[in-house]
Design a protein around this ligand. Structure first.
Ligand code: TYD
Length: 219
């Protein structure tokens, strides 16, 4: 498959496809993940959904700590990385080995954006620690749904659970957005940057337009 990155890592060759969904809180990732799952299943694919933090029993416990307990930026990152390691080992790798399409809500780029740019931790260190946690497993494609900070804030306030990171100041969320845009600029092949300041149906068309190449016959 030209352009796909999941060739050989410590876990071995995967026959599935790993797609990660990224973006600021309020970008609409979960709705789009639901729509994408339905479309892929209609096309005959087996879809496995997972999320970070969480995804497996250990990750869900770590999630509860991360989203509610106050902690240092360093502890915060290490817990996200711990959840990621377990999610890759327990959910993502077995699903890829079985040939599934894995849709992962947040992955390595969230740590770059939130802990690297948002909290000011070393992006170089986070990149290395992400590789350690994932044993080198990279997404085949990352869909980055971008919305301006104020739009994300308004959408968060419109409903859903509010977590510790959601409650950070707008200046934090502005840095997170900068981090995502920097990650997209540094990885233009993997990360598909999408303007998510639109209605659900328009966004669905944009998301599919960014990843359809992964499912084209002969790829
Ligand atoms: P969640 O409720 O899953 O948010 P969303 O629905 O927007 O994905 O909460 C996850 C929060 O954790 C979110 O604010 C982003 C943050 N996060 C990090 O700060 N670093 C990370 O590495 C990950 C995976 C998430």
């Amino acid at each position: 498959m030209p352009g796909r990155q999941n060739t050989l890592v410590e876990y071995g060759v995967a026959t599935g496809i790993l797609i990660t969904l990224e973006g600021p809180d309020g970008a609409g990732k979960t709705t789009q993940a639901n729509l994408l799952q339905r479309r892929l299943e209609l096309l005959g694919h087996t879809v496995v959904r997972t999320r970070e933090p969480g995804g497996d029993a250990v990750g869900e416990k770590v999630r509860a700590m991360l989203l509610h307990d106050k902690m240092t930026p360093e502890a915060e990152f290490l817990l996200f990385a711990a959840s990621r390691a377990q999610n890759v080992a327990d959910v993502i790798e077995p699903a890829l080995a079985a040939g599934a399409v894995v849709l992962c809500d947040r992955f390595i780029d969230s740590s770059i954006a939130y802990q690297g740019y948002g909290r000011g931790l070393s992006v170089e260190f986070i990149t290395a620690a992400n590789a350690f946690a994932t044993k080198g497993r990279m997404p085949d494609c990352t869909v980055l749904m971008d919305v301006p900070v104020e739009v994300g804030k308004a959408r968060r306030e419109g409903g859903g659970d509010v977590n510790r990171l959601d409650m950070e100041a707008s200046s934090f969320h502005a840095k997170v957005r900068d981090g995502y845009l920097a990650a997209a600029a540094a990885n233009p092949e993997r990360i598909k940057l999408i303007d998510a300041e639109c209605d659900v149906d328009t966004l669905e068309v944009r998301v599919w337009g960014a990843i359809a190449w992964l499912f084209a016959s002969g790829s």
